[in-house]
Design a protein around this ligand. Structure first.
Ligand SMILES: NC(=O)c1ccc[n+]([C@@H]2O[C@H](COP(=O)([O-])OP(=O)(O)OC[C@H]3O[C@@H](n4cnc5c(N)ncnc54)[C@H](O)[C@@H]3O)[C@@H](O)[C@H]2O)c1
Length: 257
């Protein structure tokens, strides 16, 4: 018996084999879940098509670019038609224009700020709204991905830090709103991991080195570490946990200067 047997989980954010969402997908599939994946565009579809060959079954997949009107709605309509219900939702989606992820925060543009927030924070809200009716009576769980730059200043993280603060606040408001329906909403604050998105952040390799040298566990976390924590939060093991931000960061965030 797997922890996620007979459970359907929609996962947003697999781009390639390094994606945190792929680590989460592997952990959920190993635990017996039936996963459904989005792809942002056709280029990413091709890359994911190759990846899913590694899974024991071919997952249901559909396009969804969260900036395109109607895409999130169409994704959930397709999901409803295919499965009729949903037990879990993973939001592992973020974006900010590269030129905003280095240099002075005071230079942040409105367009960059708005886009980063739409993709990285706001999109969780319509996803949860559309997931909720499919989770009725099923004790559903939602997990999103944050970073410590939401609460402490991390050089170069700039407007993504502000978007992550919004994402974490969304998590608490959604947890309060959807809790009476038995739906739990949590976030994982992951330590730095070398993914395509992360490499766009100015000074990222220095951050990786710092965690390896100074964190309590003296290593960087992996998508597998995050996958196991997401499995915990989405499973019945976390039945009393909602509205929380769980750090999966080798303990880095407990350290002072
Ligand atoms: N890598 C890290 O160091 C780190 C640390 C903490 C949190 N996170 C968070 O983890 C999540 C996943 O990032 P990752 O590091 O695995 O990188 P990644 O590049 O593998 O994943 C980012 C995903 O966001 C998706 N995305 C971007 N714009 C989109 C749009 N308009 N519509 C739909 N999807 C869109 C991409 O398709 C991609 O799948 C993000 O929320 C990121 O902020 C990453």
């Amino acid at each position: 018996m797997g922890l996620m047997d007979n459970k359907v989980v929609a996962i947003f954010g697999v781009a390639n084999k390094r994606s945190i969402a792929w680590g989460i997908t592997r952990a959920l599939v190993d635990a017996g879940a039936t996963v459904a994946l989005n792809y942002q565009n056709d280029r990413m579809k091709d890359s994911i098509e190759k990846l899913v060959d590694e899974l024991p079954y071919r997952p249901w997949m559909a396009p969804c670019d969260v900036t395109q009107d109607g895409d999130i709605e169409r994704f959930f309509e397709g999901l409803k038609a295919e499965f009729g219900h949903l037990d879990g939702l993973v939001h592992s989606v973020a974006f900010a224009p590269k030129d905003e992820l280095s240099g002075e925060f005071a230079n942040t543009s409105w367009d960059g700020y708005a886009l980063a927030h739409k993709i990285s924070a706001w999109s969780l809200i319509p996803m949860c709204k559309l997931a909720a009716p499919l989770m009725e009576g099923r004790q559903g769980g939602v997990v999103s991905l944050s970073y410590v730059g939401s609460e402490k200043v991390v050089e170069g993280y700039n407007l993504m830090g502000v978007a992550k603060a919004a994402l974490e606040s969304n998590t608490r408001y959604l947890a309060a709103n959807l809790g009476p329906q038995g739906i739990r909403v949590n976030a994982i604050s992951a330590g730095p991991i070398k993914t395509v998105s992360a490499m766009g952040i100015g000074g990222f390799s220095t951050i990786l080195d710092h965690v390896e040298q100074r964190s309590p566990l003296r290593r960087n976390v992996t998508p597998e570490d995050v996958g196991k924590a997401a499995l915990f939060l989405l499973s019945d093991l976390a039945s009393g946990v909602t509205g929380q931000v769980l750090f999966v960061d080798s303990g880095q965030s407990i350290l002072g200067a």
